[in-house]
Design a binder for this molecule. Structure first.
Ligand code: BES
Ligand code: MN
Length: 456
């Protein structure tokens, strides 16, 4: 083990250079013009896995290829087997003008590596890959077998991964799936995330006149779809921050007192949080502290709102239509399909008669909850403590990784979520970065993890 740690330390500079090479690929899965970049990125990673000493396979799908890189021969697997899941696709970098340096020209400043995808998720799974390189290149025996499963469609809903898991079920059977794609409160608070929120998306469209109308000639005698939509959406949440859709909270399981106690250990300073977000005041469901509001309570957010004229100057019209994109974050045991149905029914009920309403169901993902006190969770906590040199915390996260419930259903295995993202890493935002301290500690955590997990 000492040899592995020494190897990781001695090769830091090269590892950082390689991570920069990886981040340089504009592997944006949402934009068709980057299809070739995704293929090139997958190919680079596949070859990199081979050079590390893994048996890597580039698996084509109808979408972007999936990389399977493992420590064992096809049929020879006698030791416990763990999966490491990651994604090589990234979110679009727009708006480009808000980046201090180009998103696909990685830049190092202090202990931060800036670039789209540096944190979400290239840097995080790359730390695991380097930890395993440490074993393979020093001839240190791994106490278990590993498979890296790195996909290229996470940011567009893991379109082809479910089918891939089903058709490779036998080969992928494992004890647990390790995922580093969540956050830690600070370098002094490494974390095991044991719950994620789920998600349910809808699109609401309100249609009025058959075309945009002169707002002077007709205004006053027809309903304005933008106004009707605003009033409709305004009714979805009350002044206490509670969602008003009947039945919305029916399946919410309250936190246990053990969980409350764990969450209370997290560092939180209201003023700092407010300043960090740039808001004059925090807002959330009454009766719950902010830490719970953003991880253990369900929400409804408007992600986009469009209607009428948005260009220069003014244009006096009654718009023909208005549209909103909405996602609801769900907590155990809410079910996306039921929540979408409840939202549809409620919106139909309260829609004013002078407009037509259409509610289109969108993607969904179930919330996830796993025991934070299982033997595997304990093993992971020990690895975190050794690598970071301080006591880890238990986290519920507000974000969603819908594929974790597929892993559970198809492979029967739970996820160990050991994220390496700091609160100011800006995933999905301009100036995304990854902390080189997290990279370094993440590699060490990766190295210790297999020792701890295999002992169980
Ligand atoms: N890494 C995130 C998910 C995440 C972020 C989990 C922070 C926990 C804490 C992932 O890449 C992501 O962005 N997921 C999307 C999923 C959605 C598009 C279905 C999300 O949460 O919005
Ligand atoms: Mn993401």
């Amino acid at each position: 083990m000492q040899q592995v740690l020494k190897y990781l330390e001695q090769n830091q500079t090269r590892f950082i250079g390689e991570l920069c090479d990886y981040v340089r690929f504009p592997s944006v899965s949402a934009q068709p013009q980057h299809k070739g970049d995704l293929a090139a990125c997958a190919n680079w990673l596949h070859q990199h896995c081979q050079s590390v000493g893994l048996r890597s396979r580039l698996c084509p799908t109808e979408g972007n290829p999936i990389i399977l890189a493992r420590t064992f021969q096809q049929a020879s697997r006698s030791r416990p087997h763990f999966l490491v899941y990651g994604q090589y696709d990234v979110l679009p970098a727009e708006p480009f003008e808000l980046w201090q340096s180009p998103p696909f020209e990685p830049r190092i400043a202090g202990r931060s590596l800036f670039g789209r995808g540096a944190c979400d998720n290239k840097g995080q799974h790359f730390a695991h890959l380097k930890a395993v390189e440490g074993y393979l290149k020093t001839g240190t025996e791994l106490p278990c077998e590993l498979t890296f499963l790195i996909e290229g469609e996470e940011e567009v809903g893991c379109t082809h991964l479910g089918a891939f898991l089903k058709s490779n079920r036998e080969e992928l059977k494992c004890e647990a799936i390790v995922i580093s794609d969540t956050g830690i409160p600070s370098l002094k608070h490494p974390a095991l995330t044991y719950s994620l929120r789920g998600i349910a998306a809808i699109e609401v469209e309100v249609r009025g006149p058959s075309r945009d109308l002169h707002s002077g000639i007709y205004g006053g005698s027809v309903e304005n779809p933008a106004m009707a939509l605003c009033q409709l959406l305004g009714k979805l949440r009350d002044k206490n921050g509670r969602i008003t859709i009947p039945g919305f909270y029916d399946d919410v399981v309250p936190l246990t007192s053990y969980e409350r106690k764990q969450l209370a250990r997290l560092p939180f300073n209201e003023k700092e949080h407010r300043d960090f977000l740039g808001v004059p005041k925090l807002f959330g469901e009454k009766g719950y502290p902010p830490v719970e509001q953003r991880s253990a309570r369900p929400t409804l957010e408007i992600n986009g709102l469009t209607s009428g004229y948005q260009g220069d100057g003014s244009k006096t019209i009654i718009p023909a239509w208005a549209r909103a994109k909405i996602t609801m974050r769900l907590v155990p045991n809410q079910k996306p399909a039921r929540i979408i149905k409840l939202a549809q029914q409620h919106l139909k009920r309260i829609c004013p008669p002078a407009v037509r309403l259409e509610v289109k169901p969108g993607h969904g993902g179930e919330p996830y909850l796993v025991s934070p006190t299982s033997r595997k969770a304990q093993a992971a906590l020990r690895a975190l403590k050794t690598a970071f040199g301080c006591e880890p915390v238990l986290l519920r996260e507000g974000g969603s990784i819908p594929i974790v419930t597929d892993f559970k259903k198809i492979l029967g295995a739970d996820a160990l979520m050991l994220g390496l993202a700091l609160p100011d890493d800006n995933p999905h935002s301009p100036n995304e970065k990854f902390s080189l301290d997290c990279f370094e500690k993440g590699m060490r955590m990766g190295a210790w993890l297999w020792q701890e997990l295999a002992q169980n």
